[in-house]
Design a protein around this ligand. Structure first.
Ligand SMILES: [Zn+2]
Length: 256
């Protein structure tokens, strides 16, 4: 028994002696410690891929190379797949808003993680929201982009008998995702069921400090009167409220 123990100690010493240096990811430069692979009987770097970059960098590379698919998968509609900050028309009227979106992305506040963008139709709210999704995906975040009608449709689908997903599961998916982008909130007068469901998702996310990004035609004052004052006051406490401003581009294009 003692001999076996000594053998084991000796083996451990030899393994420790043969430990190679930490390995650097070629992309981000982070160092990764080796770990002993008991099956292979050798040192390895499970966090470093065959191409010499770490798993996180490999994941981000995959996202960059397949951005359109990732945006579609996140729920961004085809019309907005091309939208980025680079191709957003910045003018004096909306410069503050674009800066606010940039600041939101570069200085995340865990205690104040929401963002509310509002303005009349056609001022580029959805473009900005899609551009934010693109940036978040590039940071490796998990994002769900949806609008209220689609969210309700997905949850109601679960009412049908043959559906394997229950209503609660469908709602939970919106509660638990890392980032939720709700486009065009308040565009139509919500039913009691919509208010209740939406309220639940927003409250739950707020209680867990989960970032929710909302675009709307309504100011929070208008939201309070036309949708629900509790939802509006909850949103006000979740993060910055930013007016997009700028001329109405849909109208401008139509008139030119
Ligand atoms: Zn890396």
């Amino acid at each position: 028994m003692q001999m076996f123990y000594n053998d084991l100690k000796e083996r451990e010493r030899l393994i420790a002696e043969s430990r190679p240096e930490d390995l650097c990811c070629h992309s981000c430069g982070r160092l990764f410690a080796p770990s002993w692979d008991h099956l292979e009987g050798q040192w390895g770097y499970p966090e470093i891929t065959d191409s010499g970059i770490c798993r996180q960098c490999r994941k981000l590379q995959h996202i960059r190379q397949n951005m359109e698919t990732c945006l579609k998968h996140a729920g961004v509609p085809p019309k907005y797949l091309h939208c980025s900050f680079e191709n957003f028309q910045v003018m004096d009227e909306n410069r503050m808003c674009v800066n606010a979106c940039g600041h939101y992305l570069s200085h995340p506040r865990p205690d104040f993680p929401g963002l509310y963008l509002y303005e009349n139709c056609g001022t580029g709210k959805t473009h900005l929201a899609a551009a934010i999704v693109r940036k978040l995906l590039l940071k490796g975040k998990q994002v769900v982009f949806t609008c209220v009608p689609r969210l309700c449709f997905e949850i109601k689908k679960a009412f049908h008998n043959n559906c394997k997903v229950t209503e609660q599961d469908a709602i939970q998916a919106y509660v638990s995702c890392e980032y939720l982008v709700l486009d065009d909130l308040g565009v139509e007068k919500p039913t009691e069921w919509v208010k209740k469901t939406l309220g639940y998702i927003i409250y739950e996310r707020d209680n867990m400090f989960k970032p929710t990004i909302i675009t709307s035609n309504l100011s929070l004052d208008e939201m309070s009167h036309q949708v629900d004052h509790r939802i509006a006051s909850r949103i006000a406490g979740m993060g910055p409220v930013v007016r997009v401003q700028g001329p109405d581009w849909r109208l401008k294009q139509y008139l030119s």
